[in-house]
Design a binder for this molecule. Structure first.
Ligand code: ATP
Ligand code: ZN
Length: 300
């Protein structure tokens, strides 16, 4: 029987907006897995890593209490948990190790036509419905405003029409939900995206090595999504101006071209996407034979 404590446990949202992106990220890190019969655990087949599928709100606590070593969850949820732990005298122990490139949203105030909003002071004396009471209270405290926070666990946007609140503070990505409920988005109090969080507990050596390896792969996957490999020919005299046009590139490789002293080949990895405008600028700067290739894997 394998030692279960030697396996890394990652908490991922069971079913929701982060689920598919999180599982896709782990697959891109090379993890293949089979789903347990109860559908609550995915067992890693080629790495000592298992994925626990849970509600996103439970993820900070599972990592804080070392039930899971890692978790993938929105910063909105980690911030709310951090402030909630603090309010209850519990030190925040989980660490945010990596921000991820999905789950982008923002926590914003949405007001009905009856409310006038100029700045935070306009909220004085009003009732705000939200699923993020700690974050909203923290904001009000920092702005020195007295308003009451009404906690709603879902369907926050109907609170004003039910007469339960004057306005809401809720997550927005496109803004469609607020508009559909005749609410105007007026101010953002938190920008969020998914993040990878880690337990504070010191891991046994073998486990720590795997966590390190996984974090490095996560980093690599994130970089690769945008990165491009570019090859071109450049006059020696234009090398500096051409380099300056390449977005996010480190020292490029310069190679001589057979029989030509004035022209060299330049190869570089760019950590950002390369758009047509950049290619046109490169050509104007003297580059020719420009090729842009996708990067499949990267290990810094
Ligand atoms: P659970 O059942 O796991 O508690 P949930 O209903 O709380 O699910 P989802 O709506 O699936 O959660 O959202 C999960 C996370 O996705 C949010 O906490 C947030 O970080 C992110 N997110 C991105 N865009 C949005 C959006 N427009 N609305 C809500 N959450 C968003
Ligand atoms: Zn949730």
């Amino acid at each position: 029987m394998q030692d279960q404590s030697a396996r890394i446990k990652i908490a991922v949202q069971k079913s929701g907006r982060l689920t598919e992106h999180s599982m896709d990220l782990l697959s891109r890190c090379g993890l293949s897995y089979s789903r347990g019969r109860d559908q609550l655990i995915c067992y890693g087949e080629n790495m000592p890593i298992d994925v626990l599928l849970v509600r996103d709100d439970d993820i900070p606590r599972l990592v804080q209490e070392d039930v899971c070593d890692l978790g993938i969850v929105g910063i909105n949820v980690t911030e709310e948990a951090r402030l909630d732990f603090a309010a209850n005298g519990v030190a925040n122990l989980f660490e945010r190790v990596n921000e991820l490139d999905f789950g982008h949203c923002r926590l914003s105030f949405g007001i009905p036509a009856s409310v006038e909003f100029q700045d935070a002071r306009s909220l004085e004396g009003l009732r705000i419905a939200t699923s993020y009471p700690r974050i909203v209270e923290d904001y009000l405290r920092r702005k020195n405003v007295n308003a009451s926070v009404v906690e709603f666990s879902g369907a926050v946007e109907i609170a004003p029409s039910l007469g339960k609140a004057d306005l809401i503070c809720d997550l927005v990505s496109s803004g469609g939900t607020m508009r559909a409920h005749q609410l105007e988005e007026v101010e953002t109090i938190l920008e969020s995206r998914a993040a990878l969080i880690q337990t504070p507990v010191k891991l046994a050596e073998e486990k720590a090595t795997w966590v390190q390896r996984l974090l490095q792969r996560v980093e690599g996957v994130q970089q690769v999504r945008e990165s491009k490999y570019i090859m071109l020919h450049a006059p020696r005299s234009a090398l500096d101006s051409i380099r300056a046009l390449l977005p996010g590139s480190e020292a490029p490789t310069i190679m001589p071209l057979d029989g030509r002293d004035d022209i060299v080949a330049m190869h570089a990895v760019c950590r950002e996407n390369i758009f047509w405008e950049t290619l046109e600028d490169l050509k104007d700067a003297g580059a020719s034979s420009i090729l842009v290739l996708p990067v499949e894997k990267m290990l810094a």
